[in-house]
Structure formats: C-alpha cells, structure tokens
Design a protein around this ligand. Sequence first.
Ligand code: NAP
Length: 239
Amino acid sequence: MKTALVTGGSRGIGRAVAIRLAAMGYHVLINFVSNENAARETLEAIGGQGELLRFDVGDPEAVHAAIAEWQAAHPEDYIEVLVNNAGIRRDNLMVFMEKEEWASVIDTNLGSFYHVTKEVLQPMVLHKYGRIVNVASLSGIKGLPGQVNYSAAKGGLIAATKALAQEVARKKVTVNAVAPGFITTDMTDGLDEAALKKDIPAARFGRPEEVAAAVAFLASQDASYITGECISVNGGLYT
Ligand code: NAP
C-alpha cells in the first residue's frame, strides 16, 4: 500500500491535494483537527481510498500518538509522501499582536513541520524513498504587513525545507515547498478579492486545484532531481 499523509486534508488546498494523490494511486491519510464532516467529504471525494487521522499538528504528543498508532497497525507500510499543509492565520498589526496570536500561528504553521516530519522521516530514509512537500506562502517570501507571525512561520518553513533537503537527498528523499499567493478557500473568505486582484497579474485568485497540481508534481517520481526548491503558485504576484 503506497501511503500519503496530508495534514489539513479536510478542506481547501489539502482536500485538492488529497484528490490528486489518490488519483496517483496513494492511500491517503486525511488529517484534520476539528471538522470531521469536511474530512469525511474529502474521503468520499477520493472514493474511500484512504482514512481519517485526527490530530492537532501543533501538539507533539497528539501527532506522535496518531502516527505511531497508524504505523503499529500497518507494520508493512510506511508514509512515503508527506504534505505539511495544515495552517492557520491570525492577522494583526505587530503593535496589537497578542502573544497567543504569535504562538498559535508559529506552532500550527512551523512547529507542525517539526512534529509531523520527525514521525515520518526515518522510515522514508530507511526505505530510501520519500517525498515531503511543505505548503508555505507568498508571505514567507515577501513578508506581508499584518502577518508578521504568519510570514515568520512560512519563511521559517521555506528555510527548513532547504536545510532538510540537503540532509536527506542522498537517501532519495526530496523536500520541497510550494508558496501559494491568494487562493480561494475558507482561509481567504472575507478578503476583498475585487480590490486584491488588481495587483495580481493573472487578475484573479487561484484555485486549490492549481496548488495541488504543483504539490502532486513535487510528490511524483518525475520530480526526483528537484529538492530544496520552493515553487510559487501565485498568478505572477511576485515581490
Ligand atoms: P483552510 O481552507 O482554512 O483549511 C485549513 C486546513 O488546515 C483544514 O483542513 C484544517 O482542519 C486544517 N488545520 C488547521 N489547524 C490545524 C491543526 N492545528 N491541526 C490539524 N489540522 C489543522 O486553508 P487553506 O487555504 O486550504 O490553507 C492550506 C495551507 O495553505 C495553509 O498552510 C495555508 O497557510 C496555506 N496557504 C493558503 C493560502 C490561501 O490563499 N488560501 C495562501 C498561501 C498559503 P479542520 O477542517 O479540522 O479545521
């Protein structure tokens, strides 16, 4: 059984990624934290070719318990594709930013990279094959006002991608990132699309499927000589 884990697979970009990976033949572990109905909809969308795995990516004990339990139940299998996608934003100007807004965004978007990747990396290295794709953001490249917390987390994620890529390249494990711009999901619900799209050369927000296509490529065997890379998926909205 070829297995992939998509954190935050219940909605948005994660759901689109789960659908692409299932089409590539993967049994998809659909992680979510609270929205079980949405996670079930993802599972339905992939024709039941996977299972739900509930845990908070920012909680190391919960991450360990869920993945260790799955691994114990499937001793013959290993997670060969990991998509670190789960994320949140808590935007605020720095002068008003509460400690909780800083900490929760760092824990969920960057701490999660450590917690989840630690659990799956060794089996990838032992099997001499693995794909890790981290969902970063334009914010992590450019920095966006009102998102000092989120920009720090995503910038850290891109740097961690590059560092880990060099550690495990010899073991045929690749580590890459995608950096979406504005994508239509629950996360961008409420943003003024009409105003924002004036600055986007493609003159529109992107779709989750357009990010998932880049993730699927990086997760495929075709991308075997690409590692430590960050692909922007942003309609031309560069710095
Ligand atoms: P979304 O629609 O809000 O979905 C977020 C997903 O993350 C949900 O599946 C949610 O699970 C899960 N999640 C949140 N906190 C979690 C936690 N602590 N533990 C486990 N799962 C958790 O967001 P999206 O737009 O698809 O974003 C996906 C990724 O793309 C994020 O990393 C985001 O930062 C990044 N991104 C998005 C955009 C954009 O414009 N949308 C742009 C750049 C980067 P539940 O359903 O259980 O809540």
